[in-house]
Every structure is written in structure tokens, then in C-alpha cells.
Design a protein around this ligand. Structure first.
Ligand code: ASP
Length: 306
């Protein structure tokens, strides 16, 4: 069968007249590079798990997105990184939250899945685990870029209220390989000015990240608190397993539920049939998809693909 890869670089208030063209170009180039990395693996018959990790790593390294290098900052001025990965074949999953020194959070999540008896590892002990697994460690400064510092200062100047106003830049990837297995990965710096050890939906299996060969692989971006309460990833997968909805219908229903909880955001999903869908409730979402011989990169609100 054909393979499918869908990725996102977060959603937000991007509009053609408001987003600086160079920022759009940077994001589009980053999405294209991530499609190249994940698509090459899938085209060679590789696994969806390897593909989503490879695509996520490219986006983590790209400062255009709020994940890895270029992550948003906590109220204390640190980068604290969350990531998760899940294998639809067996529902094995790994996640990390509150990392401060591990360069590739998504690979730390994969190491947690493959080399620990646990699913979710947090804070400095998670960094120590990643280090022991041979994953590169950097200083926290390495993740920081001036733009994020300025964003934090603006939020703090306006009272330090967590930035929930549509500046999400989390990255995610979902894929279906030629064997019909699905996988999902998500990585993020979370929300600007987050505090008290806040952890969002991205590293929570079933909320921001989920994959199950019986239904779908899902990655979310948006106001994490709402996606956690909606258990968005699992809800989408459950609808696919237990109802007659198409993937797009299930995705739209979950987004409507997120909105009913006061959230905004977006979702990408693939089914083991290779069917793909995306949707978002913000003006734009950095997103892209590829299959053998086809590729699409989009930013603004255009008719969703079905
Ligand atoms: N969902 C992420 C979180 O709440 C934020 C984002 O999508 O940018 O941590």
C-alpha cells in the first residue's frame, strides 16, 4: 500500500496580511525539510515510528517552531520541553516532560518507550535518563532565541498571564507506513510564561499524542488544558473504532468539543488505511502532508482536505 505522512508546526493567528513573508518562508522550508526526512524513510519501506521521529527531529531543530531549539519560555525564563511518541502496532508509548538539557526531546521520548519500563519521565531525572541513553545534552540557553525572550517579556509586562491567545507552535507528525502501521509524535516548549511545573497535552498519551493501528494516529496543537480535558487524541481514535464516522468527521467532532471547553487549536490524523485529515479552529496552522508522488504545504485557512 501507499504511505502517508502528515505534520504540523503549530497553529495560531497567522493571516496572509499579518504574517511577515520571511517568517512564512522559514516555516514552509522547515515543513518541507521534515517531509523530506520522514518521507524518505517511508518511501524506502521504513516504519511509521522511524518516520515520525525523523520528521519531529527536523522540526525540533528549526527555530521557526515552538519545540526543541526555539521553544517558548516559562515565567522563570527557562525552556522546558515536552514530547511523546506512540507506536500504533502495539500501543507502546514513551513521553518526557520538563526537559531542560536534552537536545532531541522526541528521541528521549522514544528512548523512554524502548529502554525504560515506564511511559512518562519528567524534569531533571528525565534529562539524566536521556543522557544515560547517549542523547546529546546542551545548556538550557541553547534552546533560547531572542524572539521567545521578547514574547515572554511582553506577556510578563501585561501581567504574566499565560499566553493562551493563539500563539501555538508545537510540532507533530503522524504517519502510516507501507505495512499499514500508524505512529504519532509531538514535541513542544508548551505555553509562554507557563509556571508551577505546568505540563501540557503534548506528552500526555491520549491527549496530545495517540496512535492505535485499530483506529488512527493523532497529534494536537493548541491550548493544552482543553485538549487534556477533551482527551482529544484518544477521543478521535475511539470515534474511529466505535462509530461510522470518517477520519475527517471524527477530527472535526473532537475539535468542536475542544472549542466547547473554551480551547482553540488543531489536529492532524492518519488512519491505517492511509486516509489523512487535518483541521484547526485558529486562523492558520502550519501543516503539510506527503504520500508517494504528492505533497502539500499549507499555512492559512483553506478548505480542509477530505
Ligand atoms: N499544546 C501545547 C501545550 O499546551 C501548546 C502548543 O500547541 O503550542 O503545551
Amino acid at each position: 500500500m501507499n504511505w502517508t505522512l502528515v505534520i504540523h508546526g503549530g497553529c495560531g493567528a497567522m493571516q496572509p496580511d499579518k504574517l511577515p513573508p520571511e517568517q512564512e518562508e522559514r516555516a514552509r522550508a522547515g515543513l518541507a525539510a521534515a517531509l523530506d526526512a520522514g518521507g524518505a524513510i517511508l518511501a524506502a519501506g521504513g516504519s511509521s515510528l522511524d518516520a515520525v521521529e525523523a520528521a519531529a527531529r527536523v522540526l525540533e531543530e528549526d527555530t521557526a517552531f515552538n519545540a526543541g531549539r526555539g521553544s517558548v519560555l516559562t515565567a522563570q525564563g527557562h525552556a522546558e520541553l515536552d514530547a511523546a511518541i506512540m507506536d500504533g502496532r502495539n500501543r507502546r508509548a514513551g513521553a518526557v516532560a520538563g526537559l531542560r538539557t536534552t537536545r532531541a526531546p522526541v528521541s528521549a521520548a522514544r528512548a523512554a518507550m524502548e529502554h525504560s519500563p515506564h511511559v512518562l519521565l519528567t524534569y531533571d531525572q528525565a534529562d539524566r535518563f536521556a543522557e544515560a541513553q547517549g542523547l546529546e545534552q546542551v545548556t538550557n540557553d541553547w534552546f533560547m532565541i531572542p524572539e521567545r525572550r521578547a514574547q515572554l517579556e511582553a506577556v510578563m509586562a501585561s501581567g504574566g498571564k499565560v499566553d493562551t491567545v493563539m500563539k501555538y507552535g508545537t510540532i507533530g507528525a503522524v504517519a502510516c507506513d507501507v505495512d499499514g502501521h500508524v505512529a504519532a509524535a509531538t514535541s513542544t516548549g508548551g505555553l509562554t510564561a507557563k509556571r508551577w511545573g505546568r505540563i501540557g497535552d503534548s506528552p500526555l498519551i491520549g491527549a496530545g499524542t495517540y496512535a492505535d493501528d485499530r483506529s488512527a494516529a493523532v497529534s494536537a496543537t493548541g491550548l493544552g488544558e482543553a485538549f487534556i480535558r477533551a482527551v482529544a487524541g484518544h477521543e478521535l481514535a475511539a470515534r474511529m473504532r466505535l462509530s461510522d464516522e470518517t477520519l475527517q468527521q471524527a477530527l472535526d467532532a473532537v475539535l468542536a468539543d475542544v472549542v466547547s471547553l473554551g480551547g482553540t487549536g488543531g489536529l492532524i490524523a492518519v488512519a491505517p488505511s492511509g486516509e489523512a485529515a487535518w483541521g484547526f479552529t485558529t486562523p492558520g496552522m502550519y501543516r503539510a502532508r506527503a504520500a508517494a508522488g504528492a505533497r502539500e504545504i499549507a499555512v492559512y485557512s483553506e478548505p480542509a482536505r477530505r
